[in-house]
Ligand binder design. Structure first.
Ligand code: MN
Length: 228
C-alpha cells in the first residue's frame, strides 16, 4: 500500500435523511439562468437557448448551517436551488433513462459574489472568483428519491429575516432535471457522487452578516442558514 507525500484531503460528504450513512461528493455542476423570470431579472432573453453550466468545488458544499460572509465582495447574493445527487452516470445518457441515475435531492444555495461575477462577465472571463469560493454552497442533507420520488413541481422559496425574497415553482425550470442530466452527459462523463445545482427562481438579492436565510421546497424539505 502506497503512502502519500502530503496529508490526504478529506472526502466531502453530505448527510442522508433516514440513515447514518453519508453521500460522498465527486463534482458539483451548476446550471445558469434556468428560470425565465430570473434570466429576465439578470438582463437576458429567457428563450430556450442551450443550457450552460459552470462548476463549484465539492468542498464548497457546506451543510453546517452557517455561511461566512466571504472576503473581496460587498454584494453577495443568495440563489436558492434544488440540488440533484447522482448514484451513477455515464456518457450520452438517454432522456428516458436520466432519472435512473438519481440517488436523491436536496436544498442548496448558489451563493454568488455578484460584483466580482459582473466584472468577470464584462471581461469575458471565467466565473470561479464569483461562484466557487469557500463555503459558497450552503446546503441541507440528501433526501433519497426512494423516499420522496422525483420532484418536478412544487414551491421553491427563500426568505431573509422573514421577508420573502424568492418564490417560484420547480415546474418553471426551463431545462428539466432529466434534460440537464442527459445534456451534461454529452459533454462530461457523469458518475456517482456528482451533484447538480438546478438553477434559481427570480428574486436573487444581497445578504448581510447577521441575516437568516430560510429556504423551502414543497415535498422535499427546508433549511436555515445564518450569515456570519
Ligand atoms: Mn445559480
Amino acid at each position: 500500500m502506497s503512502e502519500y507525500v502530503i496529508p490526504v484531503p478529506p472526502i466531502v460528504t453530505l448527510p442522508v435523511v433516514g440513515t447514518e450513512e453519508l453521500y460522498p461528493v465527486r463534482r458539483v455542476y451548476c446550471i445558469g439562468r434556468n428560470y425565465a423570470a430570473h434570466a429576465i431579472e439578470m438582463g437576458h432573453d429567457p428563450d430556450r437557448e442551450p443550457p450552460f453550466f459552470f462548476q463549484k468545488n465539492p468542498n464548497n458544499l457546506d451543510p453546517s448551517g452557517d455561511f461566512p460572509y466571504p472576503p473581496q465582495s460587498s454584494d453577495v447574493h443568495h440563489e436558492a436551488e434544488m440540488m440533484v445527487a447522482l448514484k451513477s452516470g455515464g456518457t450520452n445518457i438517454p432522456l428516458d433513462q436520466a432519472l435512473d441515475h438519481v440517488y436523491g435531492y436536496g436544498l442548496s444555495l448558489d451563493m454568488t459574489r455578484r460584483d466580482l461575477q459582473g466584472e468577470q462577465k464584462k471581461m469575458g472571463r471565467p466565473w470561479e472568483i464569483g461562484k466557487a469560493f469557500e463555503r459558497s454552497a450552503p446546503c441541507g442533507p440528501i433526501y433519497p428519491a426512494a423516499s420522496i420520488g422525483h420532484p418536478d413541481q412544487g414551491r421553491i422559496s427563500l426568505t431573509v429575516n422573514g421577508d420573502t425574497r424568492q418564490d417560484g415553482d420547480l415546474n418553471q425550470m426551463i431545462w428539466k432535471v432529466p434534460e440537464m442530466i442527459s445534456y451534461l452527459s454529452e459533454f462530461f462523463e457523469l458518475a456517482a457522487g456528482d451533484i447538480i445545482q438546478t438553477g434559481t427562481p427570480a428574486g436573487v438579492g444581497a445578504i448581510e452578516r447577521g441575516d437568516v436565510m430560510k429556504m423551502e421546497i414543497d415535498g422535499v424539505g427546508k433549511i436555515e442558514i445564518r450569515v456570519v
